[in-house]
Design a protein around this ligand. Sequence first.
Ligand code: FE2
Length: 366
Amino acid sequence: MDASNDFLPLMGTDYVEFYVGNAKQAAHFYKTAFGFQSLAYAGPETGVKDRASYVVRQNKLTFIFTTPLRSGNEMADHIYKHGDAVKVLALMVEDATDAWQQTTARGAVSYLNPITIQDEYGQLNMSGICTYGDTVHLFIERKNYKGVFMPGFRKWETNYNPLDTGLLYVDHCVGNVGWNEMNKWVSFYVNTMGFRNILTFDDHDISTEYSALMSKVMSNGNGFVKFPINEPAEGKKKSQIEEYLDYYDGAGCQHIALATNDIVATVTELQNRGIDFLKVPSTYYDDLIERVGEIDEDLVPLKDLGILVDRDEEGYLLQIFTKPVEDRPTLFFEIIQRKGAKSFGKGNFKALFEAIEREQDNRGNL
Ligand code: FE2
């Protein structure tokens, strides 16, 4: 897309906010296990009476963990219904008011009318719209703000600062939506946000002996923001998307792909810190080089760690998926290193989905 025609220019993902049952402990987990650093805090001590929010950062990745301090409000209801979950996929914009006007004029439902918040470090403009399920997009305009994170937050100082794990930025965020709803949300991203559909996977691409799903990858104009949308498809047994929808109680964010420049080092560190990954059978590696051609990495650590490889016309990619990071079989993370490839690992779908089905079967949900 010609950038001058892009009615919603996005500079990337600003942050991801999770509504969780205990933000203090969630932040500790993401610091300890994933290597995020403490950045900012808002809560009763900073004049925010209804919630506590902990902001952590690793390179260009910013996560916020927010918990309500009482019951009977939108945050508490969200957690009761969905469990710990992604609430906000916040996008960096030049003009938050224009982003809201452009999208709501095209039919997006407003979540937050444009507001300006300020403190001694400047002004920050933000606005928001609703997307699938109870998930929202906030538009964040921070060009006139010089503080640590946002007005209302103070710097979070701590003596507990685990080393990072080499995670760099959000590569893509995937949404799971209900039966026959994929195209509705594809149209939403096309019509109200100016995205385009760059890849489509049908149930022939993504099916195993038992279950299936369909997926369309949506990208904004400059390609900085990518949102694949999945829906379940009929199979002999229950689709992994259906399991998600049952336990999440509706549409929501399925996984966030985090980029690294050294997947072997990153995944070694994550495994040492207790993150569990899906494992494919070791036979996956027997003919790997025949399938994907020569790669820079040694096969042995890839096999030991369970890292998958796929190639497209432009290069190759290495990827691995965590198990769900909470007790509900809902949100998980992908770790991805791109070496030219712009695709999503289609060659790994079968091995990967069979690994997911083994987990589903262990939970009694296949
Ligand atoms: Fe992914």
